[in-house]
Design a protein around this ligand. Structure first.
Ligand SMILES: Nc1ncnc2c1ncn2[C@@H]1O[C@H](COP(=O)(O)OP(=O)(O)OP(=O)(O)O)[C@@H](O)[C@H]1O
Length: 272
């Protein structure tokens, strides 16, 4: 049997937004079952990186593939759960928490068939995992922004995806709910799922993380063993080097970081 295709592969990827280079020289491969945290300062390109993986922003060069299929030919979207950063769960449509989460189950059941018992159980479990069981019948519009974010996380969990991509999933989420969410992610990982998450603070998610990618100025500045924060990479002088650090085990060469280039300078000037 041949090895499974990587879940995500980006080769020499670049993204320009508004005429400005935002990502450059991205080479990133994520294998099935990995749990990857993407860290970095505000504006370093974390969101753009995960959006480029999903084809939500176009690349200006390079190749992106999902499960071995070039993005343009990829149609298996039910394998992928994506939770974007800070958006309304409802966009003005009156829907209950239960309905929005159940919509995450759509791709998993025959077209226009009622939810089966297993679908209902998955929806119920997903709502519990984000700590919103007592709000299941409430309209999403009545929830706080942080709670609406949790509804979107539950919707993605309900779909039982092979890969779950989350952009700052725990921002504004209380610690008890973060722990419930970490447990739910752990259950997905145990089933062989791949997780890619953008974060500032890992909190209760930290024990799940197997690999950290640190973005800086639109490039991968570090890719290796887990670190708690992007700062740790900068302070330990890990960015742009091998991964020698007393507490850290580096990864093999395909994860050797890409570092500064003249482009970084021009991008900074462009920022000013
Ligand atoms: N639509 C856009 N048009 C122009 N520039 C953009 C656009 N979206 C993002 N950018 C710029 O691209 C850079 C990277 O943004 P991105 O949102 O990927 O960073 P981030 O690391 O996720 O930041 P944060 O932690 O604040 O979410 C930033 O300088 C941002 O201003």
């Amino acid at each position: 049997m041949s090895a499974p295709e990587p879940v995500v592969r980006i080769r020499d990827g670049a993204v320009a937004l508004g005429g400005r280079p935002v990502l450059r020289g991205i080479d990133l491969t994520v294998q099935q079952g990995e749990v990857v945290a993407v860290l970095g300062a505000n504006g370093s390109g974390k969101s753009t990186l995960v959006r480029a993986m999903m084809g939500l922003v176009p690349t200006s060069r390079g190749e992106v593939s999902l499960f071995g299929t070039p993005l343009d030919d990829f149609h298996d979207w039910q394998r992928i759960g994506f939770v974007p950063q800070r958006v309304s769960a409802t966009s003005g449509v009156p829907a209950t928490v239960w309905e929005v989460v159940a919509s995450g189950r759509l791709a998993r059941r025959p077209f226009l068939r009622p939810l089966r018992a297993e679908d209902r159980a998955a929806v119920r479990d997903a709502i519990a995992a984000v700590g919103l069981s007592d709000r299941a019948k409430d309209g999403c519009a009545t929830l706080s922004g942080g709670q609406q974010q949790r509804v979107l996380i539950a919707r993605a969990l309900a779909g039982d995806p092979d890969v779950l991509v989350l952009d700052e999933p725990t921002a504004g989420v209380d610690l008890v709910s973060q722990q419930a969410f970490a447990d739910a992610l752990g259950a997905l990982v145990d089933r062989g799922a791949t997780i890619i998450l953008v974060a500032h603070e890992l909190g209760p998610l930290a024990p799940l993380i197997g690999r950290t990618v640190v973005m800086r100025d639109g490039r991968v500045a570090y890719d290796g063993a887990p670190v708690a924060t992007a700062h740790e990479v900068e302070h330990a002088g890990l960015a742009g080097q091998g991964h020698h650090h007393p507490d850290l085990q580096g990864r093999p060469s395909d994860h050797i970081p890409v570092v500064t280039s003249p482009l970084d300078q021009s991008a900074r000037r462009g920022d000013a």
